[in-house]
Design a protein around this ligand. Structure first.
Ligand code: GBH
Length: 458
């Protein structure tokens, strides 16, 4: 069933920032070029069975060589901002020490050309591509990685800081902790379950230290991109609400509370961290200029299934020994990835943030929202998805929640981590044989919507 083309979107504030997002490892390719060192993902993706169909990011979309073409697409789309990530292993192949100037040159050119096109550069400093030598010393399980990350942030800011509009320190530390260190479905492939929690604390500490390093270099607008979504209990039984509460704690509050309130939400949780964390929390809660939310969908959570199935997280079977189980949300359309389409979960997330954090909450940016569908060109379902989410976002803004921007994930189809090339999130189709880019209907829809937001100008 193809939904009809939606009518015009309600009007967002004139200063609202419209953008699209990508990340280095998912688009660049050229992993051995210009002095780049390996990342944890370089090693992980070639292990048998790790990535669907044996896909690797060796070429990905070829963006490292085709970035001018991609910049032309951004111009054509008419976005005011572009969120990309800087690859730590391009800048510091060993994680620290010697700077690889050719790696920085790449982002320097990109930033220059974005500015020349009137598109604000919004770099993310870390989107899961930990330098392999750092990973081999324990990666984010080690406290020292936080310090190395802050030094890296300083190096990037020294080169790009005069032109960068908004900085993002980390992308989704929750996902790296849970999928990378907890369940082993992402690099580095560790399956530590609750023993993965130190990786969360060290990422948050690295974030806080990086905020200080960026500010010392004159940065004025710093945020983070965290994944958030409502957690719905399967029933109002004590077992189900308890399980949902724990899941909410681990995926939402454990990451937002330290940043916004300067404390962990639960003492039992804090006890599992490499303590004492009091002084670290002062660093972690360094005030932010804005808070980035990546929203995909709510999660329906209940007590563990007595049959011993843990349910699925991101398509991954959860180990039955976890004290919660994820269930399929009934009665909703699903994306190609199988994720439920729930636009009202976006406004619910924002209301929850307003209620929980009150005047401790800085302005919000939606740093990712999007969906995977297989259609190469006529992606009416993506248009309906984006339209639905933007209407919910508008409702939240109209209620007075201070949201300053919205970024679609993603500009183009790309390497979807453990899913390889099987899930296409792009507004632009990528042919992985020829690397040809072809805008989908959703690209033209967003271009027209942005024109209309500007009052028909341009
Ligand atoms: C983001 O993570 C990443 O930042 C980005 O790199 C990635 O390409 C993009 O999203 C698309 O995946 O219903 O139980 O299966 C997404 C984080 C975590 C969001 C899992 C959806 C599904 C839970 N995702 N979640 S479940």
């Amino acid at each position: 069933k193809v939904p009809p083309k939606p009518g015009p979107l309600p009007r967002f504030p004139d200063t609202f920032l419209w953008g699209v997002s990508t990340s280095a490892f998912q688009i660049e390719g050229a992993l051995d070029e210009d002095g780049r060192g390996p990342s944890a993902w370089d090693a992980f993706m070639v292990e048998p069975g790790r990535v669907k169909d044996g896909g690797t990011a060796a070429t990905a979309t070829g963006h490292y060589h085709r970035w001018r073409e991609d910049l032309a697409l951004l111009k054509e789309l008419g976005v005011g901002a572009y969120r990309f990530s800087v690859a730590w292993p391009r800048v510091l192949p060993s994680g620290g020490g010697e700077v690889n100037v050719r790696g920085l040159d790449f982002y320097d050119r990109l930033v220059d050309e974005l500015c020349a096109a009137g598109i604000q550069p919004v770099p993310t400093l870390f989107h899961w591509d930990t330098p392999l030598p750092v990973e081999e010393r324990g990666g984010w399980l080690e406290r020292d990685t936080a310090r190395l990350f802050a030094d890296y942030a300083d190096t990037v800011a020294a080169r790009l800081g005069d032109r960068v509009a908004h900085w993002i320190t980390l992308n989704e530390p929750a996902e790296l902790t849970l999928l990378g260190y907890g369940l082993g479905e992402h690099a580095p492939g560790r399956r530590l379950l609750f023993d993965a929690l130190p990786a969360a604390h060290h990422q948050l500490l690295g974030h806080g230290l990086a905020v200080r390093a960026l500010r010392a270099r004159g940065a004025r607008s710093i945020g983070i991109a965290n994944s958030h979504g409502p957690v719905w209990p399967l029933s109002d039984s004590e077992e189900d609400t308890g399980a949902a509460g724990l899941y909410d704690l681990l995926t939402n509050r454990m990451f937002a509370d330290p940043l916004l309130l300067g404390r962990y939400p639960d003492e039992g949780l804090a006890a599992m961290l490499p303590g004492p964390v009091e002084d670290d929390l002062k660093v972690i809660s360094e005030p932010l200029d804005w808070y980035g939310v990546n929203y995909y969908q709510p999660t329906l959570v209940g007590a563990p299934d007595p049959a011993g199935r843990g349910g699925e997280f991101a398509g991954i079977g959860l180990p039955a020994e976890l004290p919660f189980g994820i269930r399929e949300i009934p009665g909703k359309e699903r994306t190609g990835f199988g994720w439920a389409v729930v636009p009202e979960g976006l406004s619910e997330t924002l209301r929850t943030f307003r209620d929980r954090y009150g005047d401790r909450l800085p302005p919000i940016m939606i740093t990712e929202n999007g969906c995977a569908y297989p259609e190469a060109a006529d992606d009416a379902r993506r248009i309906a998805f984006l339209d639905g989410h933007l209407r919910e976002l508008h409702a939240a803004v109209a209620e007075g929640i201070d949201v300053r921007g919205y970024f679609v994930w993603s500009l183009m189809d790309n390497f979807e981590w453990a899913e390889g090339y099987s899930q296409r999130f792009g507004l632009v189709h990528v042919d992985y044989t020829t690397l040809e880019r072809t805008p989908k209907d959703s690209f033209r829809w967003l271009r027209d919507a942005l024109r209309q937001q500007r009052g028909g100008a341009r």
